[in-house]
Unconditional design. Structure first.
Length: 552
């Protein structure tokens, strides 16, 4: 018997903790009988009993090949790869488990972190049921032009302002002393980032005018070759003339990913394919992620703008030297854990340092929590880093795009500063988002013995880390290490493409992140209501996958 075969007889979970921080993991297993089956077309699945098991030959059939061909015929290229999984709709799913013709597989990237709670969660199902009962499933309203309110006698329907108020209170509670918060609702993570950046730019613009007046701003613009737009002089909705551009700088990070719409794309540098061919704003600068706060501080010229204008070369000389006049610095944007960049967590000391530099120089700290909200042990990963953002972007698992920012910025945002078609008016998404956020904050799951979901992420994250250490010990040639925050993991492996390929054949849906190379990253993502048995099952199948790749 080979060493690999002998090890396969031992469960990865053998000897892992049975209790973490007073939570009895073993006792949790006795409560799985409380979980109801999910039944679809007379087929059943239950996350309390499901096991990953697929027939490898049935994972790829002529039907799947036809689906890929049909996709290529009808849809422009996007991020899907030729060998990406073909997901069959219409089968039951429970937690991270999904039935298909080939058997039962486990989703370990959850729609790139779109799924945050079990789709069968009672709060989500109840929200959908209420919409159906009230014939509201098909209502699509435009919250940016209409105020929405539930009709008399309509109970349990949450309006966009209900969702915004819940999210604003959650942000204020998460960052004590930061004051009141408000939300702007949109449809995706990249839109949430764009709104956050626009808030930073608007705040800087209005503060500049308050401090220095339009004449000084126009003098800055003139030195940088920016003219007025005389065609807009007839529009008196705002007092000052319109400039062709506004030289307010934002700083982001190398290897960041903030989305693919053109505004967010200015800050996205994780892959060449995302950027090639698209013009860029010249007011964006970048520093290394987890570098030094001095990287940001060294970019900023601290002199008042009037002093810079009076100096030889003026503003143009400062900008051409690669620096940013302090009065033109709008803010700093970063992820607390780089997603596409490789699931790399921020170093707390670095993040606190750059946040301090940004604030000392009059800029806003904008944090992209699109993937990290609700899954790392606190509602926002920023809390664990010890920073208080001025604006946050969330989406994905929270269903809608939301930009959360300090309410004090309201006075800088004129009517029409931003808008979108729905703005939370899609009632289905709005109810779903409210149900998810409300459950994260308040639901006490009997299967988890009332353990709050944020605590569940922390406890199960510690258990998962112990299991990943075991995998590294068992497969040292392949597993090179990992970074983990709660139930988000960046796993460094050799032969990543083979691990993904064999994983799908074995019943694990895996996805890479970060650059390719001899050692590359896999992302492993789990639900906030994850069960310990689901972690055991993921570790068990990962162990088999790594053993098989190691023998190839």
């Amino acid at each position: 018997m080979t060493i690999i075969a002998a090890r396969a007889l031992e469960s990865v979970a053998d000897g892992l903790p049975s209790s973490i921080d007073g939570y009895d993991l073993a006792a949790e297993r006795s409560r799985y009988g409380l979980i109801p089956d999910v039944a679809v077309r007379r087929r059943r699945l239950n996350r309390g009993t499901a096991l990953v098991s697929v027939r490898a030959k049935a994972v790829e059939t002529a039907t799947h090949a036809a689906a890929r061909a049909r996709h290529a015929e009808a849809i422009f290229p996007n991020t899907i790869a030729a060998d990406s999984p073909v997901i069959e709709l219409g089968w039951p799913l429970s937690g991270p488990f999904v039935r298909c013709r080939a058997g039962v597989y486990m989703d370990l990237y959850l729609g790139v972190a779109q799924k945050l709670l079990d789709p069968a969660h009672p709060r989500i199902r109840e929200a959908i049921r209420r919409l159906a009962d009230l014939d509201l499933l098909t209502r699509r309203e435009i919250n940016t032009d209409d105020f929405l309110v539930a009709a008399e006698g309509v109970e349990g329907i949450h309006t966009p302002q209900d969702l915004a108020a819940l999210a604003g209170r959650a942000a204020a509670d998460s960052f004590p002393g930061s004051g009141a918060w408000k939300a702007f609702l949109s449809n995706s993570g990249t839109e949430a980032v764009e709104a956050a950046v626009k808030i930073a730019w608007q705040v800087k613009h209005k503060r500049f005018l308050e401090a220095h007046g339009f004449a000084t701003l126009e003098a800055v613009a003139r030195e940088l070759g920016i003219p007025r737009v005389p065609e807009m002089d007839g529009d008196r909705s705002l007092p000052d003339p319109l400039l062709a551009d506004y030289p307010f700088f934002m700083v982001g990070c190398w290897r960041a990913f903030h989305g693919r719409t053109l505004g967010a794309l200015h800050f996205t540098t994780s892959k060449k394919a995302q950027r090639a061919g698209y013009p860029q704003a010249r007011w964006i600068r970048r520093i290394p992620y987890n570098g030094s706060p001095a990287d940001l501080a060294g970019m900023i010229d601290p002199r008042p703008i009037t002093e810079i204008l009076a100096a030889p070369g003026g503003v143009r000389a400062v900008v051409e030297a690669g620096r940013i006049p302090r009065d033109l610095f709008a803010g700093f944007l970063a992820e607390p854990m780089q997603g596409e960049g490789g699931y790399l967590p921020a170093d707390p000391a670095w993040f606190r340092g750059v946040a301090r530099v940004a604030r000392e120089n009059g800029g806003l700290l904008v944090v992209d929590e699109v993937q990290t909200s609700g899954r790392t042990g606190t509602l926002f990963l920023s809390q664990q880093l010890g920073v208080e953002p001025d604006a946050l972007a969330v989406a994905k698992g929270l269903i809608v795009g939301m930009t959360l920012a300090r309410a004090e910025f309201t006075r800088y945002l004129h009517g029409g500063w931003h808008s979108n078609t729905f703005g939370g008016g899609k009632l289905f998404d709005n109810q779903w988002a409210f149900a998810v956020l409300d459950a994260l904050l308040h639901h006490r799951d009997p299967v988890l013995d009332g353990l709050p979901y944020m605590d569940n992420c922390r406890v199960k994250g510690a258990y998962l880390a112990a299991g990943l250490e075991r995998l590294r010990d068992r497969h040292p040639a392949l597993v090179q290490g990992f970074d983990q925050r709660g139930l988000m993991v960046g796993l460094s492996v050799r032969r990543r493409a083979d691990v993904i390929r064999v994983g799908w054949r074995r019943g694990l849906k895996l996805l890479g992140c970060g650059p390719s190379g001899e050692i590359a990253r896999l992302r492993l993502v789990f639900l906030a209501d994850t069960l310990v048995r689901e972690l055991d099952e993921a570790l068990r199948v990962l162990d088999l996958v790594l053993a098989e790749v190691g023998k190839e």
